[in-house]
Design a protein. Structure first.
Length: 354
């Protein structure tokens, strides 16, 4: 079959990447979607079982830091666009092991930029775009008031956010120096299905279900702006197709929650779903040592994306959180496979069967 466009999505076996791959494969049957993923601990092909046999989808196991592999894939498949999500994404892991973050997030991104630059020498003669998916954490931390806009100065505090800030700078440098057609988005905290259970919301759901302590860092006063992951995927679709080259778009839910308030809400939902007496799950809340360099507050102003491209989040937080809890309770096998580590065998089993 001849496809209208061939797109590379990196990190498509991860949390957000799997939602982006699913959206593009289903919505654009005339696009060929190639998903490159190294399948680190965070990559799970079981996130994509519903679309893995579609004619317009291909999975390639590979490392974005491997320049030979990346260059040869670009030469072979002639990508018309890239949506780059592959990254080390967990702040706590970046505090424990910063080098992996420098390698994947900085060197991996520059390796992809180089391949696109080399392969797209005819730029800007056609419709190519290198879309880099980034985070609000590059802007640093807010006090009690204010919001991050696209003009906010970068001020990253964790090795994770410093590596993402660096990768954003490289993307802009390739745009300005080599006229590579790029676009960047910086999004707030996502939640939803297929979220790896070391991050706050899925970790808390899993622990509450299993009557284990729910660790809340410090006093639980830190504020995050939560967005339903499928709304992020829709924003990426819109920016990929309608965003202006060289621009940055902030994406956020306009939905700020103190961690402790969020966990209390989650406990109430879990009491209802598990038919426990009111207040039972909240007894599991355990205040633990704070994260080093813990940013106090994030809040995203996404008015540029809303006004220029017409994006709006679709779900209220309470509705999205309840939907997320329902998904985790209905997908206990997925969760058990992830927590036991057996999901990492899925690749070998599925791909040797073929
Ligand atoms: P994730 O950790 O769930 O998934 C990352 C994926 O990248 C995994 O499938 C992993 O196997 C893959 N990967 C890692 N190193 C690789 C390498 N060297 N080569 C190829 N693949 C590799 O991450 P996520 O939460 O889905 O985040 C995706 C992107 O969105 C990241 O760039 C992250 O910075 C950004 N982001 C995340 C959030 C959030 O709330 N999770 C918010 C804003 C932005
Ligand atoms: O803001 C966007 C970022 O959101 C993304 O760029 C990151 O990839 C993503 O992991 C996420 O980072 P956070 O550090 O905000 O997410 P996390 O789920 O790790 O933590 C959310 C908040 O909850 C944060 O203030 C730390 C706190 N926390 C986290 C964990 C895992 C706890 O209190 N207890 C916990 O056990």
């Amino acid at each position: 079959m001849n496809f209208k466009r061939t797109l590379l999505i990196t990190g498509g076996a991860g949390f957000i990447g799997s939602h982006v791959v699913r959206l593009f494969v289903n919505k654009y049957p005339d696009y060929k979607i190639v998903n490159i993923d190294k399948l680190t601990y965070a990559g799970n092909l079981a996130n994509l079982t519903d679309i893995e046999r579609k004619a317009n989808y291909e999975f390639v196991k590979g490392d974005i830091c491997d320049s030979g592999f990346v260059q040869s894939l670009f030469a072979k498949l002639n990508f018309d666009g890239v949506i780059h999500l592959a990254a080390e994404s967990h702040v706590d892991r970046s505090i424990a092991n910063p080098m992996e973050f420098v390698t994947t997030n900085v060197i991996g991104t520059v390796t992809l930029l180089n391949a696109a630059k080399e392969n797209w020498k005819t730029i800007p003669s056609n419709n190519k775009i290198f879309y880099h998916v980034s985070t609000d954490e590059v802007y640093g931390a807010l006090g009690e008031t204010g919001m991050f806009t696209e003009q906010t100065k970068y001020d990253p505090h964790s090795p994770y956010s410093a590596s993402k800030a660096s990768s954003d700078h490289f993307v802009r440098a390739y745009h300005d120096t080599y006229q590579l057609p790029t676009v960047i988005s910086n999004c707030s905290n996502n939640y939803g299905s297929y979220h790896f259970p070391e991050k706050l919301i899925p970790l808390a759901i899993n622990n509450i279900k299993n009557n284990k302590p729910v660790p809340v860092y410090g006093k639980g006063e830190n504020v995050r702006d939560w967005l339903f992951v499928e709304d992020h995927a829709c924003a990426i679709d819109l920016i990929f197709h309608k965003g202006k080259t060289g621009e940055t778009y902030n994406i956020g839910g306009n939905n700020e929650w103190k961690n402790i308030d969020l966990i209390n809400l989650l406990c109430k939902i879990m009491d209802k779903k598990l038919a426990r007496p009111d207040g039972e799950s909240a007894k599991l809340i355990t205040f633990v040592k704070d994260r080093a360099g813990h940013d106090l507050r994030y809040a995203i102003d996404s008015s540029k994306l809303q006004n220029e491209l017409g994006w709006q989040p679709s779900l209220q937080f309470e509705e999205g959180l309840e939907k997320t809890v329902d998904w985790y309770l209905a997908n206990q096998t997925w969760l058990q496979n992830v927590t036991s580590g057996s999901y990492q065998k899925y690749y070998e089993e599925q791909y040797t069967k073929r």
